[in-house]
Design a protein around this ligand. Structure first.
Ligand SMILES: [Cu+2]
Length: 488
């Protein structure tokens, strides 16, 4: 009997697959139903003082200090207390702040040093997600930062304009570390992005969004997933943007750009505006799309990014909720209450992407995502930091085929560089227009498969590996991760 067959027959798993077990669509109330009965994080309890409502917080834009031609970003990881609710301090981890961290602005070609000082009282590692850099600077479990120490990721920015992020990659503890508040955005600009006529006033019409969901127990973050929640995804019942619940964003009646990160542990979001208005997706994980793609809903799995532009020039005086329709939850509400001080007009072409030709691929690598309760595997192996799973020759063009052999959703993230999706479920016709861009995370629904094309162009290192893994953090921590060397 195959493992996945066993799973569907085991009592609790079968029950949850039938009922949804708190994941998937809900009625929009603050209860996640079955989750509470299964132990672990059940329904949140809200402190009597209620939610602290506020304007949408905009993470500080950290301008680096120049030391000898190198741009230094000094980040301190610290224990903190954050005001999610009135009258109660929530214990968190923050980065130069009480929850989440500042936005790092970089330009292609910059020499940078991102300096992480660990004051958490425990070991952590910090990964630059989406950054094209040497494996020794990647910030995985091979670059631990002990309590009280500083570790620096030093490199030259070497990629197209995009929105990336930094977050812990601590062996077995990534999920808990992110859950407590360790994450921040990295905005990369290049000559092309600077020249384009896009909204680019940070915090005014260029809005960073870290979207998350959490469970709270009397106002405290409650990271306590049951086995079933590890399996199905640890989806909280309190949704938040930039560390605030039910916040309001005041904007001008004009085009507004959102740089969106699904910063959740393991939630699929189907994003859109309450009034159903359409918007344009302009960027995927690692670059602009070649042309804007019109959407009314945007699906993002954990760690995926998208930039969108929505035209609110017709919406003066309106309030519009920005929602996850999959769980029927509001992240924040937009209040269009200011006259436009400048106008922008979205260009019809944004960039040119280099596309690899599948006929130039020299090999196909196969990856099968599989596992059972609490034990997640790729190609029948759980993550072992002392084992190299794949050796990828520098410069070779390869197809990586990733198959989700389970009845739960996964995604797949490759460190080191972007890739291009060429097939979904066996056909290129299933690749949607807004997936035809540079990606570093790809969503693979239950029993689905993808083929991506990838080339490791730089940074061969015959001893320090990069990683590939499911970015559902509970799955990653439970073993759904492997390591590859770029060899020369
Ligand atoms: Cu997964």
């Amino acid at each position: 009997m195959k493992r996945r067959d066993f799973l569907t027959l085991s009592g609790v798993a079968a029950l949850c697959i039938l009922t949804g077990c708190g994941g998937g669509k809900s009625n929009g109330s603050n209860s996640m139903g079955m989750g509470g009965m299964m132990g672990g994080g059940g329904s949140s309890t809200i402190p009597t003082g209620g939610i602290k409502t506020s304007s949408l917080p905009i993470p500080e834009l950290l301008t680096p200090t120049d030391r000898g031609g190198v741009k230094h970003y000094d980040l301190t990881l610290q224990k903190a207390q954050h005001d999610f609710f009135n009258g109660i301090k929530t214990d968190t981890f923050g980065i130069n702040s009480t929850y989440l961290g500042p936005t790092l602005l970089m330009k292609n070609g910059d020499s940078v040093s991102v300096n992480y000082t660990n004051n958490l009282g425990e070991l952590v590692t910090m990964h630059g997600h989406g950054m094209h850099l040497p494996p020794s600077m990647d910030g995985t479990a091979h670059q631990p930062i002990n309590d009280g120490e500083t570790w620096s990721a030093t490199y030259t920015v070497n990629q197209k304009a995009c929105t990336n992020w930094y977050h812990p990659h601590t062996m077995d503890k990534t999920a808990e570390h992110v859950y407590k508040g360790l994450a921040g955005l990295i905005m990369i600009e290049d000559a092309e992005s600077i020249a384009l006529e896009l909204p680019k006033r940070y915090g005014e019409d260029d809005i960073p969004l870290v979207l998350q969901d959490r469970f709270f127990n009397n106002g405290q973050l409650n990271y306590n997933p049951s086995m079933m929640q590890v399996m199905r995804g640890y989806v909280g019942d309190i949704f938040m943007a930039n560390g605030a619940i039910d916040a309001t964003l005041d904007v001008e009646a004009k085009e507004i750009r959102f740089r969106i990160l699904n910063g959740s542990n393991s939630s699929i979001y189907e994003l859109g505006f309450e009034d159903g208005r359409s918007f344009k997706q302009i960027a995927t994980d690692n670059a602009f799309l070649e042309a804007p793609v019109s959407l009314s809903r945007l699906t993002l799995s954990p760690a995926e990014r998208a930039e969108i532009v929505v035209d609110l020039s017709d919406a003066m005086g309106k309030t519009i909720a920005f929602k996850d329709f999959r769980h029927n939850k509001t992240f924040f509400t937009i209040d269009v209450n200011k006259t436009a001080t400048i106008t922008t007009s979205l260009p019809s072409t944004l960039t040119t992407l280099e596309k690899l030709n599948p006929s130039d691929a020299v090999r196909t690598r196969n990856f099968v995502l599989d596992g059972s309760m609490g034990n997640f595997q790729i190609n029948s192996k759980s993550m072992d930091i002392n084992r190299i799973d794949e050796r990828v020759p520098l410069g070779d063009i390869e197809v990586w085929e990733v198959r989700n052999n389970m009845m739960v959703d996964h995604n797949f993230h490759i460190h080191a560089t972007h890739f291009f999706l060429i097939e979904r479920d066996g056909s290129s016709a299933n690749v949607t227009a807004n997936e035809k861009g540079y990606k570093d995370v790809i969503y693979i629904p239950a029993n689905g498969s993808v083929k991506v094309i990838v080339q490791m162009k730089d940074y061969a290192d015959n001893s320090v590996p990069y990683m590939y893994h499911c970015h559902f953090l509970e799955h990653e921590d439970a073993g759904m991760m492997g390591q590859f060397l770029v060899t020369n």
